[in-house]
Write a protein that binds this ligand. Structure first.
Ligand code: GLU
Length: 346
């Protein structure tokens, strides 16, 4: 297969190379040890207290190391987007003294040299990286329909296959010839771009979480989707491209993403990008009767940051509370320094 021809066929409009991108987004000139962190919400108009918690920790880590804290808007799912959602997030965080060095400043404007800071404006960047991977045989177009995927799943379930999904011998579009691909394109068939996973079922990998320590996983074998049929990336691929080009040193995110780590590690390697540091943080829990559970957006009004505002809680008190969850020695520090402002503000 002539992968260069394939890449030009799928991405005729992409003329930049990955080297061009790195020239446009050079390494940040920061003191040694400076951390670059980010807060990456979807503009759904709902600010969860867990989001404030993650933003507080991320900002603190950047600021105490003379690094950079920026905001990126993850708006690849247009269905979940709310008008005015970005401004709402900025103002909700500002109430808690959480401001950004770079990122959107309102619905249309932004500050910083590593933008655009809204994923919907970064389509060409994702496609440039996907094209590069396709040239190296690590990505391919997949024309399977929802029915095709359903049939594969049924076959796997009937055969008691442990790994259910689009992978290895089940990945029908992995080995289409250039002629077959050209014919599909000529027919106007829709396609997604998938990773050609180099993973193996009998290998394991280790996530070196900087707080939790080493966590072992089976290697990823799935040919995960990189670009959807409209050319918009999945979370997985956007994470890899954005956190690389924006120079994130530490990815601080909810632990619901931990199970996707094997995909992410593999994508960084396939793209040829260095892996950032990872910190997966636990969700904020609530005591419900005698058992603990995650705060629920649906059931618990206190899951929304706006609740504290409405009920008249002083923002510093909320930050104090979140700091005691984030850092088990915080209470001792606070007792020793009763008059200092919450360290998150500095
Ligand atoms: N948009 C993702 C979320 O809201 C961001 C996760 C991350 O920080 O990478 O969960």
């Amino acid at each position: 297969m002539d992968y260069n021809r394939l890449a030009d066929l799928i991405f005729p409009h992409i003329t930049d190379t990955v080297e061009d991108l790195f020239a446009r987004y050079p390494r940040r000139d920061l003191p040694k040890g400076a951390c670059v962190t980010r807060f990456a919400p979807s503009p759904t108009g709902f600010m969860h207290i867990g989001g404030l918690y993650a933003a507080m920790i991320s900002r603190r880590i950047a600021k105490q190391s003379e690094g950079v804290f920026y905001m990126r808007i993850e708006d690849t799912d247009k269905k979940r987007e709310l008008e005015g959602g970005v401004t709402e997030i900025i103002s909700a965080l500002k109430d808690f003294g959480i401001v950004f060095d770079e990122g959107p400043t309102d619905e249309v404007n932004e500050a910083g040299a590593y933008g655009p800071y809204k994923q919907s404006h970064r389509k060409d960047l994702y496609q440039t990286v996907a094209k590069d991977m396709m040239r190296r045989g690590l990505a391919y177009p997949c024309f399977c329909t929802a029915d095709d995927l359903d049939a594969i799943r049924k076959e796997q379930e009937a055969g008691k296959e442990a790994n259910v999904g689009y992978w290895g011998r089940y990945a029908k579009c992995r080995d289409l010839s250039l002629e077959e691909i050209e014919a599909n394109l000529a027919e106007g068939k829709e396609f997604v771009v998938r990773l050609r996973s180099p993973g193996s079922e009998d290998r394991r990998i280790v996530c070196k979480d900087m707080v939790r320590g080493d966590i072992e996983f089976p290697e990823n074998v799935m040919d995960v989707v990189l670009l959807k049929s409209d050319g918009i990336p999945t979370y997985h691929f956007a994470h890899v491209v954005d956190d690389t080009l924006m120079g994130t040193t530490h990815v601080i995110r909810g632990d619901e993403w931990l199970s996707s780590y094997p995909v992410h590690e593999q994508l960084f390697a396939a793209a040829g990008f260095p892996l950032p540091g990872y910190i997966h943080i636990a969700p904020i829990m609530k005591l419900d009767g005698s058992s603990k559970r995650k705060l629920s957006k649906r059931k618990d009004p206190e899951a929304a940051v706006s609740y504290y505002h409405q009920e008249g809680y002083c923002p510093d008190a909320v930050l104090e509370y979140l700091m005691t969850i984030a850092n088990s020695s915080y209470e001792e520090w606070r007792i020793a320094h009763p008059k200092l402002p919450p360290p998150t503000i500095s």
